[in-house]
Ligand binder design. Structure first.
Ligand code: KIV
Ligand code: ZN
Length: 413
């Protein structure tokens, strides 16, 4: 790990050294992905959930994109109690003024400016020279600073930009008043080692970097968004941009729940923390799935249905002896409820016995042999064996509250 940046400026919105600020863009980069749009009521509900989760900055939308986006940003900005409300803007006066107006009622406001810096984008998208890009960026930052509490500048396609030019742009916008310098891996192209190298380079080539906040914003086109975000943090980024469930353009953005839990579970490695209440990660993931109508894949890290489920006999046996054998985080720490030992054709006698006992049965060895043989036959036919199946196999319902006994057994039925 790199030595951590000192942060002694004491300005409002500052975070202590060693803390990573979580910038959530679920309602902007996430919501702009095809099939993920939300109405205003849903956006507000999600924003309130994100605030209770503890995100530091909430990007509520792109005010100039449509009247509805403007209204959603304004409504969220008014509703947030302490979280910084942020609106996206291109480096053009109309966007900046619209973002400023939408954020007027925020307790703390931020305009997030973006402008392409890579040669490919400069030539084919903007048709602008390096010098022109520099001028446009500086002018936009100066205009934004007059409208909100803080300004973030994103160099779009930063990871395909010449490093010296990126440092030049960041130096100029920081001088003009931008306090957060964001490095988007816009097309999900970079690798963790490159990302770390780029952050180290920028921190040593942008004057006053110890007073600036460097930020990473990664897309998942090659499946490296979370790894690249963590590499940025390891190399000194103190803000990370991400979305719940990793929703976002194309393959998505870095998943907030994954980045945050990596920092928490591997705290001794990363040496940083966040102010996220991780027990709200699963509820936030569920709410987003409900509002967008897109289910979370079963095998999704941290919040998928299988994240704390075990079916194989070997794993269940280990789990019954010590949960650390096959779990690196506790389900309750992400608000998941409890570990599930799923009974199916891969399960063994130990898990079957534990579940039978939890259900109030007390088979002796011979009875367990018999139940186990019939259980395996049934499991070959059915994907999962439920409690009613077990009751039937064990010869009827046992007395007592099943739920209470299940809870007492420490694993979910
Ligand atoms: O991916 C990207 O480049 C963006 C910018 C607007 C920051 O989302
Ligand atoms: Zn993006």
């Amino acid at each position: 790990m790199e030595p951590q940046q000192s942060d002694e400026s004491g300005e409002p919105g500052d975070v202590p050294a060693g803390r990573v600020r979580v910038f959530d863009t679920t309602l902007r980069d996430g919501e702009q992905a095809p099939g993920f749009s939300l109405d205003r009521k849903s956006k507000l509900r999600m924003a309130q959930m994100l605030e209770s989760l503890g995100v530091d900055v909430l990007e509520a939308g792109f005010p100039q994109a449509s009247p509805d986006d403007f209204a959603a940003v304004a409504e969220i900005a008014r509703a947030l109690q302490g979280t910084t409300a942020c609106g996206l803007a291109r480096c053009v006066p109309g966007d900046i003024d619209a973002a400023g107006r939408a954020l007027e009622k925020a307790r703390r406001s931020r305009i997030h400016l973006f402008l392409s810096t890579s040669p490919l984008h400069r030539e084919h998208k903007l048709g602008k020279s390096r010098a022109e890009v520099l001028d446009i960026a500086v002018e936009a930052v100066e205009r934004s600073c007059q409208r909100v509490d803080e300004v973030e500048f994103s160099a779009e396609d930063a990871t395909r930009t010449e490093w010296d030019f990126l440092a030049e742009v960041f130096s100029a916008v920081a001088k003009a008043g931008a306090s957060t310098l964001n490095v988007p891996d816009t097309v999900g192209y970079t690798t963790p080692a490159e990302m770390a190298g780029l952050f180290r380079y920028l921190r040593s080539h942008v004057p006053g970097s110890d007073k600036l906040e460097f930020s990473g914003h990664c897309h998942d086109d090659l499946g490296m968004a979370v790894a690249n975000s963590l590499a940025a943090i390891g190399a000194g980024a103190r803000q990370v941009e991400c979305t719940i469930n990793g929703i976002g353009e194309r393959a998505g953005n870095a998943a907030l729940e994954e980045v945050v839990m990596a920092m928490k579970v591997r705290a001794e490695y990363f040496g940083v923390d966040t102010r996220i209440d991780t027990r709200k990660l699963y509820p936030a993931s569920r709410l987003l799935a409900e509002l967008t109508g897109h289910a979370v894949p079963r095998n999704k890290a941290v919040v998928g249905a299988n994240a704390f489920a075990h079916e194989s006999g070997i794993h269940q046996h280990g789990m019954l002896k010590h949960r650390g054998t096959y779990e690196i985080m506790r389900p309750e720490d992400v608000g998941f409820g409890a570990t599930q030992l799923v009974l199916g054709k891969h399960s063994g006698r130990a898990a079957l016995r534990a579940r039978l006992v939890a259900l109030g049965h007390d088979p002796d060895e011979a009875a367990l042999d018999d139940i186990f043989a019939r259980f395996k036959t049934l499991a070959d036919r059915k994907r999962e064996i439920h409690d009613d199946d077990l009751d039937a196999l064990a010869g009827g319902r046992a007395a007592g509250s099943r739920a209470a006994k299940t809870r007492a057994a420490g694993v979910a039925a």
